[in-house]
Design a binder for this molecule. Structure first.
Ligand SMILES: O=C(CO)COP(=O)(O)O
Length: 252
């Protein structure tokens, strides 16, 4: 195996200067006991440089989005080149909130992933089905189409982490069961094996997101195809440290 466990904290559109300082202090003081884990937190753009400068070196930063191509006359956007210039190593792309609220299509997300990778950024690419889609039995159809739109635009998957985030589990407190997460992760890995390559399937991290807490992390992490988490609400709280430490389950 050898996939390094990956834990991302997506702060979404939250935080004041004071709250951000507090979260950074909690992260810097927290006892990280797991050794086999890559940790990334994603503050809103405006806080990125301060958070990057004040965080302990084991924790990296990610932006929550970036523009689909080279910067220029695109008011309100932030380009991948700017993130690279600031030394921000990661970017989250295709989050369901942006797909749903801002109308980002599969193809648009695929283009963003390709452009960000070409600028040297690493990408956390999000996929996931709505409750209606799950109930209609089309979960795999939806997540494969989202993954295919990315696969169509890139050849090198080294710097890509796939985040499976079922929309019905995001911010609802309704976490997927370990079996539900494992089923989709295994199917996604199989999809990569068939449609990209066995090597990419074996090495690409597939992480789970949706109401992960300190209490649910260990059992989810124990699933063979769950390679980490993308955490929203709980990433603003001290229990994020427990979620990072769930990585120990893999080496236990
Ligand atoms: O959307 C998420 C992370 O990107 C998950 O959010 P919650 O952990 O708050 O459900």
């Amino acid at each position: 195996m050898g996939r390094t466990f990956f834990v991302g904290g997506n702060w979404k559109c939250n935080g004041t200067t004071e709250q951000v300082e507090k979260i950074v202090k909690t992260l810097n003081d927290g006892k990280i006991t797991a050794s086999n884990v890559e940790t990334v937190v994603s503050p809103p753009y405006v806080f990125l440089p301060t958070v990057k400068a004040s965080l302990r070196p084991e924790i990296q930063v990610a932006a929550q989005n970036c523009w689909v191509k080279k910067g220029g006359a695109f008011t309100g956007e932030v380009s991948a080149e700017m993130l690279a210039n600031l030394g921000v190593p990661w970017v989250i792309l295709g989050h369901s909130e942006r797909r749903a609220l801002l109308g980002e299509s599969n193809e648009f997300v695929g283009d963003k992933v390709a452009y960000a990778l070409a600028q040297g950024l690493k990408v956390i690419a999000c996929v996931g089905e709505t409750l209606e889609q799950r109930e209609a039995g089309s979960t795999m159809e939806v997540v494969s189409a989202q993954t295919k739109a990315i696969a169509d635009k890139i050849t090198d998957w080294t710097n890509v982490v796939i985040a499976y985030e079922p929309v019905w589990a995001i911010g609802t407190g309704k976490v997927a069961t370990p079996a539900q997460a494992q089923e989709v992760h295994a199917n996604l890995r199989e999809w990569l094996k068939t449609n990209v390559s066995p090597e990419v399937a074996e090495t690409t991290r597939i992480i789970y997101g949706g109401s992960v807490t300190g209490a649910s992390a260990n059992e989810l992490a124990a699933q063979p195809d769950v390679d980490g988490f993308l955490v929203g609400g709980a990433s603003l709280k001290p229990e994020f440290i427990d979620i990072i430490n769930a990585a120990s389950v893999k080496s236990a």
